[in-house]
Design a protein around this ligand. Structure first.
Ligand code: CTP
Length: 405
């Protein structure tokens, strides 16, 4: 693909060099357009050397080639990282006072902003209004990450990690490129992330689910034309700006949100890692160590099985035509991962079960996966391996075959 990488004038400009590396190593041809301010942080020589393409930030260079028109038209994707408050404001206002903003006005493909600025600037009504304006035009503006900022301060405003920007930006682009309308008019409800079960006001029992697979499923379903409703428990990754999201925390909250969504859903995909147990008693004040030398014992009680309950509700009252479960399995003395997954599919009664073999040291949160999709009709797909988006595309394709033949 031909990609334009716009770099705003913030300290995080140096991180754009890693993003550029990821893009070129993935085989994309990248033209970097830094703003004048960005070149105070990282010089044009760095961008030229890393991209292998000439770099300019002025509309007055190569005037005969009318660069802003050419670059804007030719780009399959424009990423702006870091997008400073100033760049967001100029883009929202439609200014064209440098090569980057001129190119943005000429863009014919998807545009993706990864903001970075101080928390106060990000939260300022002016910035939030600019972000809302850009999003209303179909532009993707990622949520900034939280953490240490330039000085001693910390909060939302950090540039997300280059690998996250890379995945999210190409995801947006993949969505607009591989777009079909096979699921147009269908509503797909997807749960993602890990639930958190409180112990007291400051502690919880959680799990290591990152939510990446759920987000990839949401992008794949949207690319197939579906109306997507994401029910998000705790996520380690940002939610694409234009998704409809219901935020939940505990398994009980997730259950309520899923049951409420069932009647209007054509598809339910349970990609969330739901805690099977929760503390029997949630303390209203912090559990203290005390001086009595007695260590606390936490008793757990079982959480509802939301997937199973959704299947039962469908039987009693109708609901989604396709219900999909996920299972992360390892082999043990009772059987291999496939045997465990087949038994789980029967136990839960869902239509498809996506088996993720997490044996052999494979862990949660990785960007690559290998799965097998099992059907209640006894079918078993060939192994699907690749990025979470590749897995998501395969799952959505299987769902589409059930829905539209
Ligand atoms: N799930 C659910 N409600 C729960 C637990 C799990 O809806 N309380 C869903 C998950 O979202 C997933 C599927 O069920 O789609 C399988 O999850 P898993 O944890 O593997 O199932 P369990 O029944 O908990 O099986 P195990 O005893 O192997 O943990």
């Amino acid at each position: 693909m031909r990609i334009v990488l716009g770099v705003g004038g913030g300290i995080a400009a140096y991180k754009a060099a890693s993003l550029l590396r990821l893009l070129t190593e993935a085989g994309h041809s990248v033209t970097v357009i830094p703003t004048e301010a960005a070149t105070r942080f990282v010089g044009t020589a760095t961008w030229e050397a890393l991209s292998g393409n000439p770099v300019s930030n002025s509309v007055w260079d190569d005037v005969d080639r009318v660069n802003h028109v050419r670059l804007g038209h030719e780009a399959d994707l424009i990423i702006v990282a870091p997008a400073t408050a100033d760049v967001l404001a100029r883009a929202a206002a439609g200014l064209a006072n440098d090569l980057l903003t001129g190119t943005l006005l000429m863009a014919s493909g998807p545009v993706f902003f990864a903001p970075a600025m101080h928390t106060e600037m990000w939260r300022h009504t002016a910035t939030q209004a600019n972000v809302a304006t850009l999003r209303s035009r179909g532009v993707t503006v990622m949520e900034p990450a939280s953490g240490r900022l330039t000085g001693a301060d910390s909060g939302p405003g950090r540039l997300p990690e280059p690998a996250e920007i890379f995945a999210a930006a190409l995801g947006v682009c993949g969505a607009s490129h591989a777009a079909t309308d096979e699921l147009t008019g269908r509503t797909v409800t997807i749960t993602a992330g890990g639930t958190r079960e409180p112990l007291d006001p400051v502690r919880f029992l959680g799990n290591r689910s990152s939510g990446k697979q759920g987000i990839a499923l949401a992008q794949a379903a949207r690319a197939a034309g579906a109306e997507v409703h994401l029910i998000a428990a705790h996520l380690e990754v940002p939610v694409p700006a234009d998704l409809q999201v219901t935020r939940v925390s505990t398994a009980h909250e997730l259950r309520s949100a899923v049951l409420a969504a069932l009647p209007a859903s054509d598809v339910l995909i349970m990609a969330a890692a739901v805690a099977d147990f929760r503390p029997a008693d949630v303390m209203t004040s912090k559990i203290k160590k005390g001086d009595d030398g007695v260590d606390p014992v936490i008793s757990l009680v079982r959480n509802p099985d939301i997937l199973k309950e959704s299947v039962e509700r469908r039987r009693a009252a109708g609901g989604p035509a396709v219900i999909v479960g996920f299972a992360a399995e390892t082999g043990d003395a009772d059987g291999d991962p496939l045997a465990h997954a087949r038994a789980k599919l029967l136990r839960k009664g869902c239509d498809l079960l996506v088996l993720n073999d997490v044996g052999q040291g494979r862990v949660f949160g990785e960007d690559a996966s290998a799965v097998v999709i099992l059907g209640s009709d006894g079918s078993e797909s060939a192994p699907v391996s690749g990025s979470k988006r590749d897995v998501a595309d395969a799952v959505v394709a299987r769902i589409t075959r059930i829905l539209v033949g």
